[in-house]
Write a protein that binds this ligand. Structure first.
Ligand SMILES: Nc1nc2c(ncn2[C@@H]2O[C@H](COP(=O)(O)OP(=O)(O)OP(=O)(O)O)[C@@H](O)[C@H]2O)c(=O)[nH]1
Ligand SMILES: [Mg+2]
Length: 261
């Protein structure tokens, strides 16, 4: 074999080339997002035309399902509102059962910019992580993302507590902008927290000995619709999530494996 051939085969493939070789799906939870869902789907396709898009419509009372289907997405319509955790788990079950290799999770309100998915996917495609979380605070630089002061404090406090528990610094435990390999998909298909799930899910990932990495992302303001998180709910959220984490620490059999019931 000539040296030039060796070099050519040894060269690492680009993200695009690696993506093309695998089955990948975007999971988009949506509750009453008829005004933003079409654009989210268009942007996902612009990032990767071969990406399958699954919108989990969690009992919307507006035209979310119609808008998603019109934009070419597969729509999983839940008969009533399960809440964000149930909707997200439905998406992961679908991804698992349909044998997808990689899944990304993107909110239906347009806050996550699909153009940044390359960065979120990179460590998963490189084989360095089972789940990658796009973090608003990982860069240490001020982020364009603005939310209420109480909510920012809450996010940071949760990040500090979770970092202590898992023994790795995490900066954004409430981000739903994620990429997962088959192991990550399998875990979340089997078991996913409810209500306000991301914080608990972060702890769960570590307890199952999966590898989690954060990458810095910029998040946008909501395109329309209403946030599910009001000021009063933020407090409820903090208390509930902290309780759930501590109860979760006492769970014994935390590692359901693919193929085991
Ligand atoms: N399926 C489902 N999706 C929900 C529910 N509540 C919110 N969502 C969706 O989940 C995503 C995240 O919810 P948001 O309310 O935007 O939460 P957030 O992004 O943390 O909060 P904001 O920064 O205020 O937007 C959005 O795409 C919502 O449409 C729910 O009960 N079920
Ligand atoms: Mg949002």
């Amino acid at each position: 074999m000539r040296v030039s051939e060796t070099v050519a085969t040894a060269a690492p493939p680009t993200v695009d080339a690696r993506l093309r070789e695998i089955r990948r799906v975007a999971i988009v939870p949506a509750l009453n997002e008829e005004h933003s869902i079409g654009r989210v789907i268009d942007e996902l396709r612009a990032f990767d035309p071969g990406l399958d898009v699954v919108v989990v419509d969690d009992g919307s009372v507006d035209g979310t399902s119609r808008a998603a289907a019109a934009a070419g997405a597969r729509v999983l319509r839940l008969p009533f509102n399960l809440g964000i955790g149930g909707a997200v788990q439905t998406g992961f079950r679908f991804a698992f059962e349909q044998d997808y290799d990689v899944a990304v999770r993107v909110d239906g309100d347009g806050q996550h910019d699909p153009a940044q998915l390359g960065r979120v996917l990179e460590p998963v495609l490189r084989g360095d992580a089972d789940i990658v979380v796009g973090s608003r605070f990982a860069s240490g630089l001020p982020s364009g993302y603005r939310s209420s002061r109480s909510r920012r404090i809450g996010i940071r406090l949760l990040a500090a507590i979770v970092s202590r528990i898992v023994g790795q610094r995490v900066t954004d435990t409430t981000s739903g902008f994620q990429a997962l390999n088959r192991e990550g998909i399998a875990l979340f298909a089997r078991d996913y927290p409810h209500d306000y799930p991301e914080v608990e899910a972060t702890v769960m990932v570590f307890r199952h000995r999966l590898r989690l990495l954060e990458v810095p992302v910029e998040m946008r303001e909501r395109g329309g619709g209403r946030s599910s998180i009001t000021a009063l709910r933020s407090i409820y959220y903090m208390v509930k999530v902290l309780l759930a984490i501590f109860v979760g620490l006492f769970r014994r059999d935390v590692v359901p494996r693919e193929g085991s019931e």
